[in-house]
Design a protein around this ligand. Structure first.
Ligand code: COA
Length: 468
């Protein structure tokens, strides 16, 4: 059986048993059941609780063994010491998959490791795949199934998020919501006793709703399996690998029972399989959004348009320091630009269209730069310089992106001006046009698109430029 068939009962269940569904609204077992019901899950739901006749208006049963129909997925929310017993019942009932939300396993030391091994053994014997233990569960905004204990569904989109930390996973969902970034599937993997990152890469690679896989990882148990999955994955993968330092690594071992391993080894392994490494949450989504919604670059030559000299210079610095080029423009491009520029500026890269530029100058110069054969990617920078027209520039960038579909060169925006421009750039975010608040973040996103282009060339997938 392939990974999609193995994990289908977990991620597309026809029936769910919530074992430890609670009558008390303050308990996680209540929240899990509530979230499933609130989002209008269409399959069968069985609250399992030996004490309660019904919970949230749904008839409860004392054990999965009392359920008449089949059960695809068991979500387990009983204290750790009862998990082997309920898992044994699940195996007997031939439940197909389980999510163990309960904590108190490998992350607490030797006693917990033994308990985790015991539970895994029961699952293997029963032919069940397991997510967790020590997990939040998952949220599926595409199929509208919330199998987690924290309230709230992410905005639907095309970036899958896999997180080893449950709490951070929730924080990342809120961050993505604030940035208008949509997610396809959000999966908290916890201790990864059974289903691990490699399984999820294989699964999400075959998921039509997902374009990019973004991951937060503390430790990888089977490095070979992970690298093989990453190598064969056709979609871009962006990873935050935490536990990079002695202090972080010690914290990871008590958080999810992970061995963080040598960061140098991880770094070189990621490079080998073209995984893009991000170092914090903002960067994970900077990269993921660029990869999901812009074509990758054919080469490393960046054109920069700004309405302020300083912003253009800083962007050029960041590009070069990351190994990107800021090349001279072709003669034909310079000649085409000149009639649109005021006498105080020069037709060069980075191009300063000056602070008094309006929609037309900002748009037409961007368009000419983009058509230059020496340019592979464009950064459109705006500094809110008082006289500048950020709203008009937003319109210009949107028009450029729409017109550029044929050229297949990436365009990212860089908007500097804090709260003064934040409301204006929402329009770019809503349209999934990457916009960054600093030259560094814009340049790093372009570098990421360049690396993706190299990955596709290196793996012989679709020439230089992945269609978006
Ligand atoms: N089968 C079914 N239900 C059972 C049961 C069994 N064998 N044994 C107990 N229950 C019921 C209880 O009666 C209770 O329902 P009630 O509140 O209506 O009486 C419910 O299951 C929960 O059991 P309880 O003993 O009250 O546990 P709890 O809710 O206090 O804690 C966990 C259970 C799983 C939440 C807790 O052990 C835990 O692990 N918390 C941390 C979870 C976490 O953070 N995970 C990682 C996130 S990233």
């Amino acid at each position: 059986m392939g990974i999609v068939d193995e994990l289908r009962p977990i991620f597309s269940p026809k029936s769910i048993a919530v074992i430890g569904a609670s009558r008390s609204p303050t308990k996680l077992g209540f929240e899990v059941l509530q979230n499933i019901l609130v989002n209008g899950y269409k399959g069968k739901v069985y609250p399992i609780n030996p004490e309660a006749p019904e919970i949230l208006g749904v008839a409860a049963l004392p054990s999965v063994l009392a359920v008449k129909g089949d059960i695809d997925l068991a979500i387990i929310v009983v204290p750790a010491e009862f998990v082997p017993k309920v898992m044994t019942e699940c195996a007997k009932k031939k439940v197909k998959g389980a999510i163990i939300i309960t904590s108190g396993f490998a992350e607490i030391g030797e006693r917990g490791r033994q308990l985790e091994a015991e539970v895994l053994n029961i699952a293997r014997k029963g032919g069940m795949r397991v997510i967790g233990p020590n997990t939040l569960g998952y949220k599926d905004p595409i199929d509208n199934l919330d199998a987690a204990f924290v309230f709230g569904m992410p905005k639907p989109g095309e970036i899958a998020l896999v997180s080893q930390s449950g709490a951070l996973c929730v924080g990342m969902i809120y961050y993505a919501n604030g940035e208008h970034i949509g997610l396809s599937r959000v999966i908290s993997v916890g201790n990864k006793a059974d289903v691990d990152d490699a399984d999820l890469i294989d699964y999400l690679d075959r998921d039509d709703a997902t374009k990019v896989i973004a991951m937060y990882i503390e430790g990888i148990k089977d490095g070979k399996k992970f690298l093989e999955s990453a190598r064969r994955c056709k979609k871009p993968i962006v990873v935050i690998k935490a536990g990079r330092t002695a202090a972080g690594s010690a914290a990871a071992s008590t958080h999810t029972g992970s061995l963080s391993g040598s960061d140098v080894v991880y770094d070189s392994a990621f490079r080998q399989v073209h995984i893009q490494r991000a170092f914090e949450v903002g960067e994970l989504f900077d990269f993921a959004r660029a990869l999901a919604y812009q074509p990758c670059t054919r080469g490393n030559r960046v054109g920069i348009v700004s309405n302020g000299g300083g912003a253009g210079i800083m962007t050029a610095d960041w590009c070069e320091s990351l190994g990107l080029e800021v090349p001279d423009l072709a003669k034909k491009t310079r000649e085409a630009l000149e009639p649109h520029l005021p006498p105080i500026t020069t037709a060069r890269n980075p191009l300063d269209v000056t602070g008094d530029a309006r929609f037309h100058r900002y748009h037409v110069t961007g368009s000419i730069m983009l058509a230059d054969p020496n340019i592979d990617a464009l950064i459109m920078t705006c500094v809110h310089a008082g006289i500048a027209r950020p709203r008009e520039y937003v319109g210009a960038v949107i028009k450029l992106v729409e017109e550029n579909k044929r050229l297949r060169k990436p365009i990212v925006a860089c908007w500097v001006g804090g709260p003064e421009v934040d409301e204006v750039v929402q329009e770019l975010r809503v349209k999934n046009i990457p916009v960054y608040p600093s030259a560094m973040r814009a340049a790093r996103a372009v570098k990421c698109l360049y690396e993706e282009g190299r990955r596709l060339v290196g793996t012989g997938r679709g020439g230089h430029c992945r269609p978006v």
